[in-house]
Ligand binder design. Structure first.
Ligand SMILES: [Zn+2]
Length: 363
């Protein structure tokens, strides 16, 4: 590049960046309107690297659910779906606008319904990657759905009405047996990792080492109050620490916005602090001898009171941290009924980037 073209390129870059909101001024919030976006801007594919996209779709009550899409020569890999068949179909249709290569892999980052309830529209021959604890949860959800469908059909018949559309829970045939598995999508190295329990107990992440991207699913909720219904609060903090210790430049959350690289780390650090502060506040209330109900009334959540769904999730967090303090936290559901889970949980954490992990984060 000549000096002149370099200058011209610099000027063009400056002009382009003047149009975009500087990263520092980007409001840190999960609220689309406060970010200057309209709900009609969604769903959208956000290009993260060559052949790598994040997919942001709005769910109730108005924040994003994020999926990861990796386009390989051998097939497309998706991590996490959306909350119903129509929403997941819309995502598949949107992926078709960037590639005709078929979807061949699906990673269950979170087994919760807002990410899995649309999985019935995935290709029938898709290969699932799922932690045994999440597979066990999906088995239970499937059994519950069959019973609920039968009851709904019987009630409809009693009214002389047609049965409502059944709820379908797709159960992956096999679970992972190791804490790390590579997928040969063709052209992009993809690692599926279990870094420890967090939001569900079966939390999987997807690492793209060359692109330095880590999709964390619901282990990372960007400006969303720590949602703990199925969580392991203290282990969650350690799991985030392992992620922060990896050679990653862009962390992608399961809810809340996909951030630019520097902000993505800052926000992950902020989310880790939210976990720590919420746990500390509940421990303070517990130490005062309060019942969980009284603790919910007296809690002071500080800045986190403004985070998305705080009103709904704060009482859940109190209950869950009380369970942890009192030793009542349930073991991961799969430990009892799925072979391989113990093995997975007892494996020492050793990602390929271990050497870059600060010592303080070792187990
Ligand atoms: Zn979710």
């Amino acid at each position: 590049m000549t000096q002149f073209t370099r200058l011209a390129a610099t000027a063009a870059l400056m002009a382009a960046s003047a149009l975009a909101l500087p990263a520092a001024a980007q409001p840190r919030t999960a609220d689309p309107l406060k970010r200057g976006l309209q709900l009609t801007d969604f769903p959208r594919l956000v290009k993260l690297a060559d052949n790598v996209y994040g997919y942001e779709e709005i769910r109730q009550p108005g924040f994003t659910t994020v999926s990861l899409v990796v386009v390989g020569r051998n097939g497309v890999l998706i991590a996490d779906g959306q909350g119903n068949a129509q929403a997941t179909q819309t995502m598949l249709d949107r992926i078709r606008t960037v590639t005709n290569i078929p979807v061949r892999w699906y990673v269950v980052g979170s087994d919760h319904g807002d990410h899995t309830a649309g999985n019935s529209v995935l290709p029938k021959d898709v290969t699932f990657l799922v932690h045994p604890a999440s597979r066990a949860q999906l088995v239970r959800d499937s059994v519950a759905a069959v019973a609920a469908n039968a009851q709904a059909a019987a009630e409809a018949a009693g009214r002389g009405a047609a049965a409502p559309p059944p709820r379908v829970v797709v159960v992956p045939p096999n679970a992972m047996t190791e804490a790390e598995q590579s997928v040969d999508v063709g052209g992009t190295t993809v690692r599926v990792l279990f870094l420890g329990r967090a939001h569900t107990g079966g939390d999987l992440m997807v690492q793209l080492p060359r692109e330095k991207i880590l999709f964390m699913s619901e282990a990372y909720l960007n400006r969303v109050f720590p949602a703990m219904r199925a969580a392991y609060p203290s282990e969650w903090v350690r799991t985030v620490d392992r992620a922060l210790g990896m050679d990653v430049s862009r962390y992608v959350s399961g809810h809340g916005f996909i951030e630019e690289p520097a902000a993505s780390r800052e926000e992950l650090v902020a989310f880790r602090q939210a976990l720590v502060d919420v746990i500390a506040e509940v421990k303070r209330l517990h130490a005062m001898g309060l019942s969980a109900d009284d603790a919910i009334k007296q809690a002071n959540w500080g800045q986190y009171a403004d985070w998305f769904i705080a009103g709904q999730q704060a009482p859940v967090a109190v209950q869950k941290v009380y369970e942890e303090i009192e030793g009542k936290l349930m073991p991961p559901p799969s430990a009892l009924d799925v072979e391989g889970d113990r093995k997975l949980d007892e494996l020492p954490y050793r990602p390929a980037t271990e050497t870059r992990r600060p010592k303080t984060h070792s187990r």
